[in-house]
Ligand binder design. Structure first.
Ligand SMILES: *[C@@H]1O[C@H](CO)[C@@H](O)[C@H](O)[C@H]1NC(C)=O
Ligand SMILES: *[C@@H]1O[C@H](CO)[C@@H](O)[C@H](O)[C@H]1NC(C)=O
Ligand SMILES: *[C@@H]1O[C@H](CO)[C@@H](O)[C@H](O)[C@H]1NC(C)=O
Ligand SMILES: [Ca+2]
Length: 485
């Protein structure tokens, strides 16, 4: 029966296409054009499904003509911020298919956002369709009811230094509601009242300025919570670099009667400590070891699985039957970081969430531990390599210090005080794929703990910004300066 209908349908279709008039042809072409335009307009769009309204649900993103789900590995509130930003709202992340299993194949995995990206596709992720997640690992968001008055990316430009808008001699700061003097919500005294700080965009950078200001050491946690109680919010849009000695050196958006997106009752809070790790990136090791190497793609299969090559490599793999014999040009270098703090550096994820990577036969404990970028003179990124921490361990230690952390046998991961975690230039993925970069002068950037996921005493020694001269045959990296990621 079905077959018969099908046969009739095909005959019908053949007749129709044979007898198309010019007009019909034109209208059909227009229809296809509209379809293609629609696909192009939808590219990168997100929608939320499975929630009780259109502002919550599992996240689906449109790419290359179809909708796909997002896996919840590394999914957090910064990503939710980006998704909800499309509705001019803020939001929180949900995990483990809170709104049901993923209904489509995964388009994205290991998504790491800064929070101020305009589109989800601008965040770092493993690459379109590269995911080994189960349908139960769908990532979702719950966007808040509060409509943001100003989109995040515009807000950043409106910020002013706090010391320009307040009389710092009549303003003070205190922690309230903590279990001890080192923690609590932050209250600021202004115009005769003590008020709280809006927690929107509150990170370890802002928390660091608070702990420095109050002479309580360093920021261990930056919290957006009502756990320590709350009071009227009188300061919003606070943005710090993290090295300020007091809050007044930071930027802010509103003071007094302010609007604050986010969960009602939640305010900015901190936990300060005297004991923290502090990774110090060795710039001389980068300058000394950077060099080019041409490698055949058949030697890079593991690296391809871990997404360590640029997009063109994956296109070649798809379109060229002899892709194994193509070569990639890699800028290899050694990244070494010494813990100069007074506490161990421990991975962001607890051990049970570490991922076993079959190709390299070890666990990954932090999704993005380091980022490497090549920027042109307009600061446009022309090549990037992002690398999960293969494994954090004590590779070398100063004399008299014993190695404690080792990656062997599901060992504990971390970096001890006065020990270095070293990624030698000759290990897989310790490179930037510069195959598509034309010779010229560039900036080469390396950053460790780039999203400040793990607390450190200072983040201003976590990144190196270097000059890179690329010619047809060699690479020269020089003039590295330490800075914040
Ligand atoms: C978000 O705000 C911008 C600027 O105020 C506006 O142009 C845009 O239409 C708004 N979007 C939504 C979904 O409300
Ligand atoms: C903080 O770091 C920035 C560079 O990231 C620098 O320009 C500034 O002077 C530093 N501020 C302090 C107080 O050290
Ligand atoms: C680390 O090295 C510094 C400088 O060499 C030294 O002052 C400090 O005591 C060492 N700390 C530990 C825990 O070994
Ligand atoms: Ca550091």
């Amino acid at each position: 029966m079905f077959r018969r209908i099908l046969v009739i349908f095909i005959q019908f279709a053949v007749i129709v296409s044979r007898d198309l008039s010019e007009n019909e042809r034109a209208s059909r072409a227009a229809f296809i054009q509209r379809l293609l335009n629609k696909q192009r307009n939808l590219e990168g769009r997100v929608k939320l499904l499975g929630g009780s309204n259109i502002f919550e649900g599992n996240v689906y993103i449109y790419h290359a003509g179809r909708w796909g789900a997002v896996c919840d590995d590394s999914w957090d509130d910064a990503a939710a911020h980006v998704v909800c930003g499309a509705f001019n709202r803020t939001g929180v992340a949900t995990h483990g298919g809170q709104f049901g299993e993923a209904l489509e194949k995964y388009w994205m995995d290991d998504v790491v956002c800064e929070g101020d990206e305009k589109y989800l596709s601008q965040c770092v992720f493993t690459g379109w369709g590269t995911s080994d997640c189960e349908p139960s690992e769908a990532a979702g968001v719950i966007c808040n009811n509060i409509v943001k008055s100003v989109p995040v990316n515009i807000k950043r430009n409106l910020n002013k230094n706090l010391h320009e808008t307040i009389d710092t001699r009549r303003t003070s700061l205190r922690l309230v509601g903590g279990r001890n003097v080192n923690e609590g919500r932050i209250e600021i005294y202004h115009n005769g009242i003590w008020g709280s700080i809006c927690p929107d965009g509150w990170t370890l950078y802002e928390a660091s300025a608070i702990c420095h200001h109050l002479a309580l050491g360093f920021a261990e946690q930056a919290l957006q919570t009502d756990y320590f109680g709350n009071s009227k919010i009188i300061l919003s849009g606070v943005q710090c670099l993290g090295n300020e000695t007091n809050l007044f050196m930071c930027k802010h958006q509103g003071l007094g009667d302010v609007t604050c997106p986010g969960k009602p009752g939640h305010v900015a809070a901190v936990v300060c400590t005297q004991h923290l790790a502090d990774l110090y990136l060795d710039t001389s090791a980068i300058e000394r070891t950077a060099h080019l190497q041409d490698v055949a793609m058949f030697q890079l299969q593991c690296a391809m699985e871990e997404n360590c090559l640029s997009k063109s490599a994956y296109e070649i793999q798809k379109t060229n039957p002899n892709w194994q014999f193509e070569t990639r040009r890699l800028l290899r270098f050694t990244a070494s970081s010494l813990n100069i703090g007074n506490a161990e550096f421990r991975p962001y994820l607890p051990k049970y969430l570490w991922q076993w990577h079959l190709c390299h036969m070890h666990y990954h404990s932090m999704e993005v531990f380091a980022t490497f970028d090549v920027l042109d003179t307009n600061k446009k990124r022309v090549a990037e390599g992002h690398k999960a921490s293969f494994c954090l361990e004590d590779n070398t230690c100063l004399s008299g210090v014993e190695r404690k952390f080792s990656c062997k046998n599901y060992g504990d991961q971390g970096v001890s005080v006065n020990c270095s975690d070293v990624y030698q230039y000759n290990i897989d993925c310790q490179w930037v794929d510069v195959t598509d970069v034309v010779p010229g002068d560039y900036t080469f950037k390396v950053a460790i703990n780039p999203h400040a996921r793990v607390a450190e005493k200072s983040f201003h020694n976590n990144a190196a910004s270097c000059d890179l001269r690329l010619t047809e045959s060699y690479a020269f990296v020089y003039g590295c300066k330490l800075e914040r990621p």
